[in-house]
Design a protein around this ligand. Structure first.
Ligand SMILES: O=C(O)C1=C[C@@H](OP(=O)(O)O)[C@@H](O)[C@H](O)C1
Ligand SMILES: C=C(OP(=O)(O)O)C(=O)O
Length: 464
């Protein structure tokens, strides 16, 4: 990262964010903006749009490139809080990270640890929080501290830490059991076989797999139950292979082996973020418009692209191509309800679906997403409360919700430091009476330009 990149021009000063336990970063937008008003949009939204890079691929690629010995080049990087803190952690570890726009040149360190007492801060990034501990424990000698934002300190880590410790990892939690800050000793994790649960987070599984190439014995992961959002594990294995790792997995991803042997550098073009795309497809759906996202398509492994299948069930017309997707709102102008959707494989899109559900002609039920109560906020509780506050009838269940048809009123909404709450409620506001979002800068976790992109579509956005 160049010094210009770490300056405070647009975002917050990194040292201040870290001292305050915030997830914001020098790449944040809307810092200090107390609220944003999103206006209702009178007509159909029709646009072609290229979206920022995938968070999941950006952070996987940064980590794999840093753990390779030699130079990698990544293009299409997502410049957001989560990727800033990932890149910054790797720089503090001694990797050479130069970011120029959305291109990263990364001189990896392999198993070497040039700064064996590094103190790392990963902000609110679940990916880095779950992927880095294993890489540190399996890599070269050193005693590292890994800290996280207040929000991330409260998210689950226990089954990941248990699995890593079973493979020898020396990881302590000096402040709170099974929560950052973590102290991690290098060369402690030898690897080998381990049984794990994937019922709470797929990231735990990815975190163990990614450590495999650095561990003396590789890793052999056996899943005891099921993996929520299994496609993210497939994305991990894919990216690892692109960086030269040798992996073997059964089709169900319940038995996976990774050989020791390290990572090799690679040049990777990162695709756009399919989770971000869901908000733009949803805008087409609720306004009777047509939106084409030009840089993610059916070739992706990102599960959230399957949100288009849900929209199709709701009466939207979808045109699929390998590198682009078009969604058009229903020809008769009314979304179809009366469906019950298992959102477990694509749970980041749950809030997008909940936000458009009031506009359907029958109830929309969502199930299978109990684990999203442990994401950036208790997402089921938060979206139910938000819909109810806007006058929409909603039933909350432990693993989902049912939303009934109704026209939401306008309102002043908390965003709960959750980017997906802010982005989903924006879509709802556009389709109904508008909405005021408090602390809108939280969108910077995965899409700092979100409100600029809305404005580019002709939507009224006013900063408070
Ligand atoms: O590995 C990844 O990149 C992700 C995995 C998912 O998390 P969980 O499996 O913890 O739900 C997803 O919600 C998150 O946004 C990104
Ligand atoms: C759950 C999410 O993030 P994280 O990578 O922090 O888990 C998300 O982006 O919706």
């Amino acid at each position: 990262m160049t010094s210009a990149e770490s300056a405070t021009r647009n975002g917050v000063d990194a040292a201040t964010a870290e001292a305050e336990g915030s997830g914001l970063s020098p790449w944040s937008a809307l810092v200090g903006v107390p609220h944003v008003d999103v206006a209702p949009h009178p007509g159909p939204i029709t646009a072609e749009i290229a979206l920022p890079g995938s968070k999941s691929y950006s952070n996987r690629a940064l980590l794999c490139a840093a753990m390779a010995e030699g130079r990698s080049t990544l293009t299409g990087l997502l410049r957001s809080d989560d990727s800033y803190w990932c890149a910054e952690s790797l720089r503090r570890l001694g990797a050479g990270v130069t970011v120029d726009g959305t291109t990263v040149t990364l001189d990896g360190i392999g198993r070497r640890r040039p700064r064996p007492e590094a103190r790392l801060y990963i902000g609110s990034a679940g990916t880095t929080a779950r992927f880095l501990p294993g890489l540190l424990a399996a890599g070269g000698p050193g005693a590292f501290t890994l800290d996280a934002s207040r929000q991330m300190r409260g998210r689950p880590m226990a089954s990941l830490l248990l699995a890593l410790r079973r493979m020898g990892a020396d990881i302590d939690c000096p402040e709170t059991p099974d929560a950052p800050p973590l102290t991690i000793r290098g060369v402690s994790m030898l690897g080998g076989p381990v049984r794990m649960s994937g019922a709470l987070s797929s990231q735990f599984i990815s975190g163990v797999l990614m450590a495999g190439p650095l561990a003396l014995n590789g890793v052999h992961v056996m899943i005891d139950d099921h993996v929520v959002q299994k496609d993210y594990v497939a994305m991990t294995l894919d990216m690892m292979e692109q960086f030269g790792a040798v992996v073997e997995a059964d089709p169900d991803l319940t038995d996976m082996r990774v050989e020791t042997g390290g990572y090799r550098p690679a040049d990777i073009a990162l695709e756009a973020d399919a989770s971000t795309a869901t908000y733009f497809f949803a805008l087409a759906a609720v306004t009777g418009g047509t939106v084409t996202v030009t840089n993610v398509g059916t070739e992706t492994r990102q599960p959230d692209l399957r949100f288009i299948d849900v929209l199709e069930r709701m009466g939207c017309r979808v045109v699929r191509a390998p590198g682009a997707v078009t969604v058009a709102g229903p020809a008769d102008g009314r979304l179809r309800g009366g469906l019950d959707v298992d959102m477990r494989p694509l749970s980041d899109a749950t809030l997008t679906l909940a936000a458009i559900a009031p506009f359907a002609d029958g109830p929309v039920s969502i199930h299978g997403v109990a684990h999203i109560r442990k994401h950036e906020s208790d997402r089921i509780a938060v979206i139910c409360a938000a819909l109810a506050a806007l006058g929409v009838s909603v039933e909350e269940r432990p693993d989902g919700l049912t939303v009934h048809p109704g026209r939401p009123s306008s309102g002043v909404m908390e965003t709960h430091d959750d980017h997906r709450v802010a982005m989903a409620l924006s879509v709802l506001g556009v389709a109904a009476e508008g909405v005021r979002l408090l602390e809108p800068g939280c969108v910077s976790k995965t899409c700092p330009p979100f409100f600029d992109l809305l404005a580019d579509l002709g939507i009224g956005v006013t900063r408070g």
